[in-house]
Write a protein that binds this ligand. Sequence first.
Ligand code: NDP
Length: 498
Amino acid sequence: MVKLTQQLTQFLNKKTFGHFINGAYTTPSLTNSIEVINPANEETIVSVSKGSPEDVDYAVRTAKTAFEYQSPWRKMSPDDRGKILFSIAEKLEEHKESLAQLITLENGKLIKDARSSDVGGASKTFRYYAGWTTKIEGETLDISQPQKGNKQNFAFTRREPIGVIAAIVPWNFPLSIASWKVAPALAAGCTVVLKPSEETPLSALLFAELAVEAGLPPGVLNVVTGDGATTGSALISHKDISKVTFTGSTQTGKIIGKAAMENVTGVSLELGGKSPAIVFDDAIDFDATAKGVAAGIFRNQGQVCVAGSRVYIHKNVFDKVLTDIAHVAEKMKISDGFDEAADLGPLVSRSHLEGVCAYIQKGQEEGAVLMSGGDQPFDKGCFLQPTIFSVTDNEQTIVQEEIFGPVLVAIPFTDMEDALQKANDSKMGLAATVWTKDISKAMTMVNRLQAGVVYVNSPVRSDPNLPLGGYKHSGIGRELGKTGVYAYTTLKSVNIVY
Ligand code: NDP
C-alpha cells in the first residue's frame, strides 16, 4: 500500500464528514450517511453525510447571501477575483499529491492520471478562467428607435453574473469536471453549491477547503454530499438556484432539464456519448493509430464521456488494425491505481462493474464476436480486462448504448459514405475521431459528423480553451472556453436617452 501524504492522513482521520458550507464543515450526520468505498479493495474509506433537503436549503441560502448586492464577493473587482482564481490554481498544484491520492482512493483511477488529468487539469482550468475575470464584456449597439426633439441615445449590453449555481458532477473525473463548472462560474462572479457523486465526494470536500485557504470568501463555494435521489433532487428544485449545470447520464439529464423548466432556471447538460473513431485505409501510421484508438477507449477504464467506443475500420485494413489494437490491449497492466506501472485500474464501483459486465454478456447473446478480454482478472476489486468486440450490425445494443467501461466495439465500413452513415446513426453526438492522412477526407468528415468535438489523428483530449458539449442526446450547451464563462452570465440591455 502506498504511503499517504501526512495532509491526506489528517484529512481522512475525520472518519465522518459533514457538508462544507460557509467555509466550514457542518456537524456530520451519524444516522444519515454514505460509506465511501475504495473500488480496488472494496473497503470503506470513510463516511460522508447524506444531504437532506434542509442541508441543501442551508447551502443554497448561504450561497445566496454570498451573492447579495454589496457582499464582499459582489463588491470585489474582477482583478481581485482573478487573483483568487490564480491562487486556487496554485493551491491545487501545491497539494497535487494529496488530492491525487484521494481521487485514486475514492475512484480507483491511476494515480498518474489523477495527478495529470484531475488535479493538473483542474489547476489549468482555474488558471485559464482567472484570466477571464477581467475580460467579460458587453457591446455598444446602434438602435433605430426615433428620439424626440434633440435627444440622442446610447445603447449597450452588460453581462452580469446569473446568481447561485447548482453544479452536479459525476465520479469519472471528480475534480476536473467540477473545475469546468466552478472556475467559470466564479470567474463570472456567481456563487456555487456543488454536489459531487456519492461515489467520489471526498476530493470535492478537500478542494473546497483549499479554495477557502486560497482566499475565496466563505459561502461562495459550498459542497453538499449525498445521493442523487435525495440531495441532488432537493438541489435542482430549490427555488433560489439560478442555473443548474450537470454532467452525467442522459437519463438523469432529462430529470434535471424538467426540474429546471419547472423553476424556469437555466440549464446546461453534458450527457456523455457513444463516440465513433473512424480509421481509413490511408491512416498515417497504423501502429500509432492502433495505440491512439486504444488510448481513446481504455483511458480511465473507459469511463470517459468522449471515449471512442465505436471503432469503424475500413474493410481493407479491418483485420490488421483490430489485431494491432488487441495487441495493445493485451499488453496493458491491470493493477491497483497506486501502482505507477499500471495501465488500467478498477472501475468505480461493484454496481458499475456489474452493469458493464451485463453489456458484455448482452453483446455475446446478440452475436458479437469477443476478440479479447471480457473477464474480471482478480477475485477482489472492481477490475475488468480491456474488452474488444467485432460486430457487423450497427443496431446491436453494444453499438448503440453507452457502456462507460473498457469495452471497444469494432465495425467494418466500405467507403466514406458508409462510415458517415454508420457513425451518425446514433442517439448520441458528443465526440468523434477520424484517422486519415487525406486532408479532404478529414475535412469532409469534420463537416458532416454529428458531434460536438471532432479530433483528427488523435484521441480526444480536453483543453480549457476548447468548448466541449454534445449534439443530440449528448446534451445542451457548451462548457470551457469563452462560451464556458459567458454561460454563467446573463445579458442586460440598456438604453440611455439624453
Ligand atoms: P448519473 O447521471 O446518475 O449521476 C451523475 C450525477 O448526478 C451524480 O452526482 C448523481 O448523484 C447525480 N444525480 C443522480 N440522480 C439525480 C437526480 N434525480 N437529481 C439530481 N442529481 C442526480 O450517472 P451515474 O453516476 O449513475 O452513471 C450512470 C451512467 O451515466 C454511466 O454508466 C454513464 O453512462 C453515464 N455517465 C456519463 C458521464 C459523462 O461524463 N457524461 C459521467 C458519469 C456517468 P449520485 O451519483 O450521488 O446518485
